[in-house]
Design a protein around this ligand. Structure first.
Ligand code: ADP
Ligand code: MG
Length: 266
């Protein structure tokens, strides 16, 4: 009798192995076998057992999906929210924690990170991007200059509308370093189109060393800058980071060496 039961179980697992293969869900085989004895001992219902087995497959798929999305995002460096030292920026801790839960993406809201160099703008933008990937959103990261290059290429090839439509399928686009270099007039217009095309459809995270009042200079035109800022901040969280550069902490340097060199050279 016992031998027959054992035989039946072996048969059933073989069958499962075939079915899991057909579903392209390989972890089901391993989870089904591993959880079966535990389920019997713990007196699980059939439904509980099935849910536990499928849960392993779903969790593994989500995790590998997130890793793929993180790799595809093109982050300059992998920095997570968990690695961020809040002692340096205590004022934004709560806000970042609530953004990391991903609600802003489903509402197509934006995030703007402002502050001086080295205060963690790129780190937090990347961390929020990684969190977004874990929540199942596709993410793309690039500097403002790189975005303009991509858009100009598409514009020149006559495929800008298609490119903007393709980008709208990404739940999150991160534009790092707005204002680091000023835009040419054409570039400013392309950038404006990117912002407009995502408005109320999908999220943007922008980072900048400049306050909004300095963006007119970046876009070469106060009117374009104002129209763009209007769309970006209409549904946005604006986080202002403060203080000295984290890169230079504990080094006894309060201002950036480049600024001092500049002073000395003058
Ligand atoms: P920004 O983009 O504002 O110029 P970054 O995000 O590039 O600054 O930060 C500069 C470096 O310092 C990065 O390596 C970043 O990971 C680190 N950093 C900045 N702020 C923090 C922080 N509060 N906790 C941990 N690392 C930080
Ligand atoms: Mg940066």
């Amino acid at each position: 009798m016992a031998a027959t039961t054992k035989n039946d179980a072996t048969q059933a697992l073989k069958e499962l192995s075939y079915l899991a293969g057909a579903l392209k869900a390989p972890r089901i085989i391993e989870a089904a076998a591993r959880l079966a004895d535990h389920a019997r001992d713990a007196g699980w219902t059939h439904e509980e057992y099935l849910a536990a087995v499928l849960d392993r497959e779903v969790a593994a798929r989500n995790a590998s999906g997130a890793q793929l999305r993180i790799r595809a995002a093109g982050f300059a460096a992998r920095k997570t929210i968990e690695e961020f030292d809040w002692d340096a920026q205590p004022a934004v801790r709560q806000q970042v924690a609530s953004l990391a839960s991903g609600g802003f993406l489903t509402e197509a809201r934006n995030v703007v990170l402002l502050g001086p160099p080295g205060t963690g703008k790129t780190h937090l933008a990347t961390g929020l991007g990684i969190a977004a990937a874990h929540h199942g959103h596709r993410v793309l990261f690039a500097t403002a200059t790189d975005w303009v290059t991509r858009l100009s290429d598409a514009h020149r090839a006559g495929t800008l509308p298609q490119e903007l439509a393709r980008l709208r399928r990404y739940g999150l686009i991160i534009v790092d370093e707005v204002g680091y270099l000023p835009f040419e007039q054409d570039a400013a217009n392309l950038f404006f189109q990117l912002v407009s095309s995502r408005y109320e459809h999908a999220s943007l995270i922008l980072t900048s060393n400049l306050p909004f009042s300095g963006w007119g200079g970046v876009f070469g035109d106060q009117a374009v800058a104002a129209a763009m800022i209007d769309r970006v901040v209409h549904h946005a969280d604006v986080l202002t980071l403060k203080g000295a550069s984290y890169r230079l902490r504990n080094r006894g340097i309060d201002t950036l060496p480049s600024i001092r060199t500049q002073d000395a050279a003058d």
